[in-house]
Design a protein around this ligand. Structure first.
Ligand code: RIB
Ligand code: CA
Length: 322
């Protein structure tokens, strides 16, 4: 793979246990080069997700700049999800303190700088609210052509999670999500349709723990924490949402991906944040509306877990600062 050009990527999220695992995977892909890490509020406040992002970068040896996003969504009040991710947003194993200063630029300006300076199209992995990505598209429309793909974890064609009609990342900032889906930039959407099938079982936690390096131990302990509330909710395994945004981009062959037109509801009393997809059952709509997203609907769960295990194995022998 040495002579193959790496794809420049931006990691944008609200770490968050599953964001952290998605970044752990992206960081050891020999096909990706992380050019920036940017944060949004969501799982916790943007202050806390930014501190977490900097600690994850220190743990994984990510040397790309980390920049903080805006304190809240484009038009609504900030929401947080401490229930699932704890008071810090990344409760569980001890992590190193940040080993680099926070980038002086804000998230949107760092994203714009990366796009401007990149010779090749940049892929953005968005695993939180799409506030930064939307602000980038609105403030710098001339840079749209420098974005190869926006691969998101967000939405759900068939159901929501935070409210019946809407998934958390989209509900935090529906206007931002609508801006992204309507932008004309290629979007790949991993919604709950696939991420709730990407269950990591407790026996898989042990496979990861037994890899035996520091990062695999921490990933297993992130899963331990993430499973606490999910077990109480009746889940047999941890629905590992965010890594699908990275793995479905790198390994589409283990997924079922459909071209769709997706609209984002921004005004419904009970449906605000709903991602409405022409799931192919409504031919007229398919004719009237140009498809605007590749929507990921299913995954080979065992292969998903195998790829997660393979990724943490790549940290064998790597210096990990704790
Ligand atoms: O609904 C799941 C999503 O919300 C994941 O990205 C999780 O990290 C939270 O941001
Ligand atoms: Ca997330």
């Amino acid at each position: 793979m040495d002579n193959v050009k790496k794809i420049p990527v931006i990691l944008d999220g609200d770490p968050g246990h599953d964001d952290a695992i998605a970044w752990t995977i992206a960081n050891v892909s020999d096909r990706l080069e992380i050019r920036a890490v940017t944060t949004v509020g969501g799982n916790q406040t943007v202050e806390k997700t930014t501190y977490n992002a900097r600690r994850i970068a220190a743990l994984l040896g990510i040397t790309a700049p980390v920049a903080k996003g805006n304190p809240g969504p484009l038009m609504s009040k900030p929401m947080t999800a401490g229930t699932f991710h704890g008071e810090t947003g990344l409760d569980g194993p001890k992590l190193p303190e940040p080993d680099r200063p926070l980038c002086e630029l804000g998230a949107v300006e760092l994203m714009a700088k990366v796009l401007r300076e990149s010779e090749d199209p940049v892929t953005i992995f968005s695993t939180g609210a799409q506030t930064n990505v939307a602000a980038l598209l609105l403030a710098h429309p001339e840079l749209k052509e420098k974005i190869g793909c926006i691969s998101i974890m967000g939405g759900g064609i068939q159901y929501g999670n935070w409210v019946p009609a809407a998934e958390f990342n989209i509900l935090v900032d529906p206007e931002a999500a609508k801006t992204v889906f309507d932008s004309g930039v290629p979007v790949q959407m991993c919604g709950l349709d696939v991420t709730e099938k990407a269950l990591v079982m407790p026996e898989d936690f042990e496979r990861i723990r037994h890899v035996g390096n520091e990062v695999s131990r921490i990933v297993a302990e992130w899963l331990d924490f993430f499973m606490i509330v999910h077990r109480e909710m009746g889940y047999e395994g941890a629905p590992l949402h965010d890594p699908n945004a990275v793995l479905s981009y790198l390994y589409p062959e283990i997924y079922d991906i459909r071209e769709m037109h997706v609209d984002v509801e921004t005004s419904g009393l009970f449906t605000r944040g709903c991602t409405v997809g022409n799931y192919g059952m409504i031919p007229n709509r398919g004719v009237l509306e140009k498809n605007n997203a590749r929507v990921v609907m299913n995954v080979d769960r065992e292969k998903f877990v195998d790829l997660l295990v393979e990724a943490v194995k790549k940290y064998d022998g790597r210096e990990v600062k704790l």
